[in-house]
Design a protein around this ligand. Structure first.
Ligand code: FUB
Length: 329
């Protein structure tokens, strides 16, 4: 009996140790200053946090991105660029342009990168590691603007994948209308049905789903065509497919024009990743609109109220980071 008690106590102490939370200190925004980056999708894999942004090219005249980098941090202070992990136009036969906002999730030891191209295709690439190399397993897009059930009257972009506690994976995607498919266990096919998410106000793009205290949060960029600049808004639901109830604004308009974010818990802290045009403006105040297509990934803490609603995040910027940047000028 004494031995059983000792073992039980040991297990309790071990589990207390492994669930210990860590508070991270941030080192100032933007977090990526050697190149331009946008649309950050952040996920925790193992002990580290990985960020999958899109890559605004040095000589970009528009959103003509062509490759994906992966960034990793263990301390939220330094973000290491692990290099190019996937080039859709070279590594698939069907993608031709506009490698915009991606997302990446892990399942059964494999990593799945979901990415939009040509403003009408959603592809999936697979790797054994978060940092790639990724490969196209299908030889065609996973979903397109013409797939049965898809509703989209503009660009079919911005996939985000959420895996619920019961193992079901969902991909939310689209502009103006938020579509959702249930991914199959293999993560490279789906059950055929497209669900249309209800309850979002002024939904435009950049959907992101996370779970907190048993509730589902769908956050997104609201529309720039309704008399204000895009904000990150959110709605809550009891089910990933909704119906959602609109709750308000997490992040106001930022200096880049477009607004795109992700929300993740790391250690005990919650974070909002987003992008701004602050670095673009710092480097080229003389070129109007440079910052709209030369964006930079940032991160700040995100806090919940007691009732589960999210407190608005005020974006921060470090003059030191801007001054020391080595991005294209
Ligand atoms: O980065 C290209 C596009 O701009 C993204 O797909 C949108 O979400 C917006 O950030």
């Amino acid at each position: 009996m004494k031995q059983i008690l000792t073992i039980s106590l040991g297990l309790v102490m071990l589990s207390a140790c492994t669930t210990k939370t860590v508070h991270y200190e941030l080192a100032g925004n933007p977090i990526i200053t050697h190149m331009y980056s946008a649309d950050p999708s952040a996920h925790v894999f193992g002990d580290s946090l990985y960020v999958y942004p899109s890559h605004d090219r040095d000589h970009a005249m528009g959103f003509d991105m062509e490759d994906y980098h992966c960034y990793v941090t263990a301390d939220m202070k330094t973000f290491e660029d692990l290099g190019v992990i996937f080039r859709p136009f070279e590594q698939t036969t069907w993608a031709k342009k506009n490698a915009w906002a991606p997302d990446c999730v892990e399942r059964n030891g494999k990593y799945y990168l979901y990415y939009p191209t040509d403003v009408k295709y959603i592809g999936v690439a697979v790797s054994d590691h978060p940092w790639g190399p990724f490969e196209d397993p299908l030889g065609h897009p996973l979903l397109t603007i013409d797939s049965p059930g898809v509703v989209c009257d503009r660009d079919f972009i911005d996939p985000c994948v959420f895996i619920d506690d019961d193992g079901q994976a969902y991909m939310f995607v689209g502009q103006n209308t938020c579509c959702c498919i249930k991914l199959n266990e293999d993560m490279i096919s789906y059950d055929g049905e497209v669900h249309i998410i209800e309850g979002l106000e002024e939904f435009f793009e950049a959907s992101w789903v996370h779970k907190y205290a048993g509730k589902y949060y769908l956050s997104y960029s609201n529309s720039p065509f309704t008399g204000h600049k895009p904000e990150i808004a959110y709605a809550m639901a009891d089910n990933p497919l909704g119906p959602y109830e609109y709750k308000g604004i997490i992040l106001g308009p930022v200096s880049s024009g477009t607004n795109h974010h992700s929300i993740v818990q790391f250690g005990g802290d919650w974070f909002l990743f987003y992008h701004t045009g602050d670095l673009g403006i710092y480097n080229h105040p003389d070129i109007p609109g440079f910052e709209s297509v030369h964006r930079s990934v940032c991160v700040d803490y995100l806090y919940y109220n007691e009732d589960g609603t999210i407190r608005p995040v005020v974006p921060t910027v470090s003059e030191e980071k801007l001054k020391n940047n080595t991005a294209f000028k």
